[in-house]
Write a protein that binds this ligand. Structure first.
Ligand code: EPZ
Length: 427
């Protein structure tokens, strides 16, 4: 398995192009199932998860063509054409590798009146149930049974509009129900809908396909179902978590980076947290410039929450940065039950972190030291890379297939701004 070797201690400086958002792309791709016409997505990132989703859609009968796959180009153009769905089963061997596969459930039900999707099972950060997805689709008239590890859903007379009330915010459940509602008979209201920018991106793409959606960006979405949607061309939004991760790289190394193609508005609470930690994020003509304001990082308190709160997907990266702050920090994770696996690995690099229940207490230390560390999930992996960039000496990050799921050309982007980083095939 490949690994990444980083020799740390160098302030980063330069410009990093931000790729299309993984978590937007993974919900825009299944939207292609909702129409037999071509959906062209621009600015698609080159990521393992996108390849896995392509494979999943292909076995449903969706044809996918890629343009602009020249290596020097960031962002690919992919046209997805679901003229006929030849298979409505999403098999375990694909779903277990990528839980976002469950996002074909709503579109398949809406398009074909049936879907059989493997239960995704848990992952490193939590049990990750999908009960809200299923309850939401049942509210739209689907009949659902769980059999042999699969969700078997049917709606022989099509889906009908209804009022879906989520007891708590779920990004994926909102996406599944929103996509299904676009082809349901009548009006659907989704209350306590997730408001993440990736949901707004999906809603805008569905509108471009002819869907009628009101309340976009709010916790109450109102959808007038249509008999059919048409094709469209849509550009995937920039990845706010990738941008936030590289902003942490500038802060933790004491350098200055300009992140190209990202707007401040999708990073809301993260910019506020950077400001409290002594990191200035300044809009420029092409994106955002990030650098420490005057020398030291300061300890802060951060609690993760659904958008517009501080994103759980930035918790691990901030923890790495705050490990070197002057003072103590408290990070509280409210979304997932087990998202602290980066803590023991950071501790091996000299970080002083105590986890008690949902909170991690970080005492800043003057420096970290390089060490061989192991990645356990996507964002934990990035926090180890960040720590390695700042640490004295050499850090080897193993199991970097996690990183390849969410960070396009990571070592290329970081080398270009001065990092001493290389990928080594471990044969
Ligand atoms: C999406 O996951 C993202 N993944 C995650 O990003 C992100 O961390 C998460 O939203 C929260 O922002 C994609 O978009 C592909 P949820 P999702 O449904 O949809 C519980 C990354 O690193 N829940 O909002 O699975 C769930 O267990 C990934 O890029 C239920 O109990 O998240 C969690 O505790 C990691 N029942 C909480 O809700 C359900 O039916 C929020 O989950 C659904 C969710």
């Amino acid at each position: 398995m490949d690994k990444i070797i980083i020799r740390g201690g160098r302030p980063l400086s330069g410009r990093i192009p931000i790729s299309g958002a993984k978590n937007a792309a993974l919900t825009l791709m299944p939207a292609a199932i909702l129409t037999e016409e071509p959906l062209t997505l621009r600015n698609l990132p080159r990521l393992a998860d996108i390849d896995t989703f392509s494979h999943l859609l292909n076995q449903h009968g969706v044809s996918l063509t890629l343009e602009g796959s020249r290596p020097e180009e960031f962002g690919r153009v992919m046209t997805l054409k679901a003229s006929r769905i030849t298979n409505t089963v999403a098999p375990y061997d694909i779903v277990r590798r990528m839980r976002a596969s469950v996002l074909v459930l709503g579109p398949l039900l809406a398009r074909c009146g049936e879907a059989t999707v493997s239960l995704p099972g848990g992952c490193a950060i939590g049990t990750r149930p999908i009960d809200l997805h299923l309850k939401g689709l049942e509210t739209l008239g689907a009949r659902i049974e769980l059999t042999q590890g699969y969700v078997k859903a049917i709606a022989p007379d099509g889906l009908k509009g209804g009022v879906v009330r989520f007891p708590f915010v779920s990004v994926g459940a909102t996406e599944n129900v929103l996509m299904a509602a676009t082809l349901a008979h009548g009006e659907t209201v989704i209350e306590n809908a997730a408001r993440e920018p990736e949901i707004v991106d999906l809603a805008h793409c569905l509108q471009a396909m002819g869907a009628e959606i009101d309340g976009i960006g709010t916790e109450r979405l109102v959808v007038q179902g249509k008999t059919r949607l048409h094709g469209a061309t849509y550009a995937v939004m920039a990845d706010r978590i990738e941008a936030g991760s590289y902003a942490c790289a500038a802060a933790i190394t004491g350098g200055e980076l300009e992140l190209l193609g990202i707007q401040a508005n999708t990073l809301g609470a993260v910019i506020e947290a950077f400001d409290q930690a002594g990191v200035a994020v300044t809009p420029t003509r092409e994106g955002l410039k990030v650098a420490r304001r005057n020398g030291e990082l300061r300890g802060i308190s951060v609690t993760t929450a659904p958008y517009p709160g501080f994103p759980t997907d930035m918790q691990a990266q901030f923890m790495a940065m705050l490990a070197l702050a002057d003072g103590a920090s408290v990070l509280t994770e409210t979304i997932f039950e087990n998202r602290y696996m980066h803590v023991p690995e950071l501790a091996r690099m000299g970080a002083d972190i105590q986890v008690r229940g949902r909170s991690a207490f970080v005492r800043g230390v003057p420096q970290l030291t390089g060490a061989p560390v192991m990645a356990t999930d996507l964002r934990a992996s990035m926090s180890l890379v960040l720590a390695g960039l700042a640490a004295q000496g050499e850090t080897t990050v193993n199991r970097i297939y996690h990183l390849d799921r969410g960070y396009e050309r990571l070592e290329e982007k970081l080398s270009a701004v001065g990092a001493d980083i290389e990928r080594v095939s471990a044969g």
